[in-house]
Design a protein around this ligand. Sequence first.
Ligand code: BGC
Length: 758
Amino acid sequence: MIKKMLLLAFASMPAYLGTQAQQASRMNTFISNLMSKMTLDEKIGQLNLPSAGEFTTGAATNSDIGKNIKEGKVGGLFNIKGVDKIRAIQKVAVEESRMKIPMLFGMDVIHGYETTFPIPLGLSCSWDMKAIEQSARIAAIEASADGICWTFSPMVDIARDPRWGRVSEGNGEDPYLGSQIAKAMVKGYQGDYSSNTNIMACVKHFALYGAAEAGRDYNTADMSHWRMYNEYFPPYKAAVEAGAGSVMASFNVVDGIPATGNRWLLTDVLRQQWGFKGFVVTDYTGINEMIDHGMGDLQTVSALALKAGVAMDMVGEGFLKTLKKSLSEKKVTLAEIDAACRSVLEAKYKLGLFTDPYKYCNAQRAKTDIFTAEHRNAARQIAAESFVLLKNNHILPLKKSGKIALIGPLADAANNMAGTWSVATVQDRSIPLLAGLKAVLGNKATITYAKGCNLSDDATLEERATMFGKTLNRDKRSAEEMKNEALKIAGEADVVIAAMGESAEMSGESASRTNLNIPQAQQDLLRELLKTGKPVVLVLFTGRPLTLDWEEKNVPAILNVWFGGSEAGTAIADVLFGDVNPSGKLTMTFPQNVGQIPLYYAHLNTGRPLAEGKWFQKFRSNYLDVSNDPVYPFGFGLSYSNFSYGDIKLSAAALKGNQTLQASITLANTSQYDGAEVVQLYIRDLAGSVSRPVKELKGFQKIQLKAGTSKTITFNITPEDLKFYNNNLKYDWEPGDFDIMIGGNSRDVKTARVTWTR
Ligand code: BGC
């Protein structure tokens, strides 16, 4: 009796109270007791994560989910939206199953719930960790109000190949920035699990998913361990260190073994080296896909996944169907099944579901906390911060007067504004550019609108790209008729805004491209619009870096707006008319053409680098036809302000051991506009035991600066910032000379040199 009372007290005591050791011990006692009563089937049941089938990226789950829940064969459910539905299902789990264990309810809450923020690649361009954390916080508040306690986010895959459509879901090419964002997101979602607005994060896709060969989704990834540890692992590790409760295994192979069955990755690296304490879930049918990877039949691959360290099997039911048999044939052990089951139950415990299975099912909150004016306002501000001004030939900001012609297939496309992976969004509620312009301008200016052309002349491209019903509604008129209408309104206007680029689903999952131009039909129209002689602003919608060589040379102003989310239209208008000064900086390099890919700033020097100022030299590392330069480098982005940088001042030119170096620079805003600048710190280690990149981002500060003022910015640099994994994967710094570089992008920097000895 006393034991029972104690256990109840354990379960009802909030998981976050007491010291960490006390919390862990309470949890262990509770779960050990629970597991001692569970049958083998019920333990295996906890490892099963079917899809309810509302939004799927693959085949839906076959088995009767309701029956399985009653029989204790379901640990969690995803792809379901709505607090009432979720409450009803939870009720079945906690009232009709023998063990009454509550279920996890997951969802891809990737960049917002109903209030949608810019796609993650866009968010990363804000370089504003507070804003990014706030976006995750709001997403968690909304999702948790609607029954969701677990999000399949953040996606932190480093990606250097814009052909891969999923670059839109990540934070770009840089491990340092990616790590800061990973931490901010985990914090925003999970907090300390103390309230019913904290949901569990799931870091994905572990690992190397962004390194798919040729940018083709789900393709092979292969690289040295040295590169994994230095360039691809850091953001996953940062998320784990920030306490992420779960990790999703990626679809690709790592060292030849699919991540889902890779014990080195999921146990040695993740748990032993990084100290991960949560649970691992597969990606959608990740276990079954190991059959196609050539790893064996369902029983073999399921056992492989369990032994590697997977706890939850998303959709595929490999665990459900084969683990019992594998146990009887001694292909897996009970200890392995127990460990997996325990990690799932621990997640439920940490979330407080044993105390209150309906913690996330507050119907009242679902009415008041979702898509609120406050959240939408935050989305508007954050969206404006994500836009990157790529070019501005004295056109922007526009005046709030005169005649404006808005032209292009993305100009009035509400259902495309949220961008990819916005499953909870009510698509048509997002504000398209046309409505945003009207809202911001009122009757101060006249706006005329013409679609001008379809997304592409190739209707099938549009069809292939469309997912979750975000069609652009193909215009049936002839191309000529549409063009003429557009040219007519352009001819009558003072300024033309061309809203062009990719549709929302031309990037994202299963949306790889080999041609990264703005689709031809739109480029043709853009050329015609430029011929009118009217000032043209290209408002570029895209989920990835595009090849904009021609546009950079010919279009007078380009504002890259990604997919800005619920408030895209108003946020774009805020920036176009100067109510908000753009401050976004690219987190992925924009190449000249596809042949240069992968192109990234933190590359090695090679033994044959080009001489300064040359774009071609025979027998040097370059191309015959184009320079090695990008169109827009990493970290690049303009403002309506002009910022100028002084020279770097160092606190010392020679340092020893654990001393701290202060590197300062004076930033001046020489314009009439108040603005924000992302001041970036890069370091180059000039000689090491392994070849080191020509520069690596090691710090940044987003500085607000009033017009006509200046400010001295200081970075504190310690040997921690000089560390890297050497050829034996030892993480340390090596004495020698270092270039300290500070600037407004990765190309245009001031440099000073220091010597650092042990
Ligand atoms: C994607 C994951 C996603 C999962 C569940 C998969 O297709 O790769 O990123 O979390 O589906 O929807």
